[in-house]
Design a binder for this molecule. Structure first.
Ligand code: MF3
Ligand code: CO
Length: 278
């Protein structure tokens, strides 16, 4: 642990985290393929559980919060549809054509966590507004990841995400209550990675730092409300939301996106950045 309570990983530990990241990436692909109209959100949890079992991995989410006097999280995946922002509990909600579905998933392999999210469009077509929102949020995530490769401090990631939102073709609300985070032997570690520029520029981006970078944007108000189930978060104005997340590692020679099948190679190459696999 560094003085600021940040867990610095060795190369070997980052390689172990890559195993968890690949399980997460694989599960998100499998759930994305299962997303279509008529499917219940609970069916996607079933898909995720099969991927965990096939890989001998454990859920990062199941029973999360059990120690805090809130209902323990009851599923392996968070599925947030349309006006749901984050932490939607899989259940009987049926997906409709044009819905946007944010799927957030975490896995543990040999004690190391991976955490990532994607937003899918049900049956591939939605309104222009919703399609823009999904692309703007996805791009902001990659802009944040690129800033992790090129920046000096965690605050540079935050600045890049906010700048990406501010420059987008359409106005989006940046949700502030939920942030990215350090990750490693626990899912949530120091430091926080806000999705908005902040005055304190944060810890240095140094070798061995692993972060979950996760913009959460809306088409309207950035204000959120938690439902009575004590998990599901919705927008206060009913506007739709999108959530994209990847776990990254800062390595000696650069950056590795642990929760992408290609390690981030394609998206970062488009930004002139070479990934560094260990
Ligand atoms: N994966 C979420 C995050 O990105 C947290 C999930 S909450 C849980 O930080 F309860 F489902 F675990
Ligand atoms: Co996260």
């Amino acid at each position: 642990m560094s003085p600021r309570g940040i867990e610095i990983k060795t190369a070997e530990q980052i390689r172990a985290m890559r195993k968890a990241g690949l399980v997460v990436a694989e599960a998100l692909v499998a759930m994305g393929e299962a997303v279509r109209s008529g499917v219940r959100t609970a069916d996607l949890d079933t898909v995720a559980r099969a991927v965990l079992a096939d890989n001998g991995a454990v859920s990062s989410f199941l029973n999360y919060g059990a120690d805090w006097g809130i209902p323990p999280y009851p599923a392996t995946v968070c599925i947030s549809v349309n006006e749901e922002v984050v932490h939607g509990i899989p259940g009987d909600r049926v997906l409709n054509p044009g819905d946007i579905v944010s799927i957030d998933f975490g896995a543990i392999v040999d004690g190391w966590h991976g955490d990532a999210a994607r937003t899918f469009i049900v049956d591939g077509q939605t309104s222009a507004e919703a399609a823009d929102l999904v692309q703007i949020t996805r791009k902001a995530m990659w802009d944040g990841v690129a800033a992790a490769a090129m920046g000096k401090r965690v605050g540079d990631i935050s600045n890049a995400i906010q700048a990406s939102a501010d420059q987008a073709v359409r106005h989006v609300g940046i949700v502030r209550e939920y942030t990215g985070h350090g990750i490693g032997s626990a899912m949530h570690q120091n430091p926080d990675v806000p999705n908005y520029a902040h005055a304190r520029r944060g810890p240095r981006l140094s070798t061995g730092l692993c972060l979950a970078i996760e913009p959460i944007f809306t088409l309207g108000s950035a204000e959120t409300v938690e439902l009575d189930d004590q998990w599901t978060v919705v927008t206060s104005d009913g506007s739709w939301a999108s959530h994209w997340e990847n776990t990254i590692a800062i390595t000696d020679g650069g950056l590795w996106v642990l929760t992408e099948l290609d390690g981030g190679r394609a998206e970062l190459a488009a930004r002139g950045i070479k990934i560094n696999e260990l």
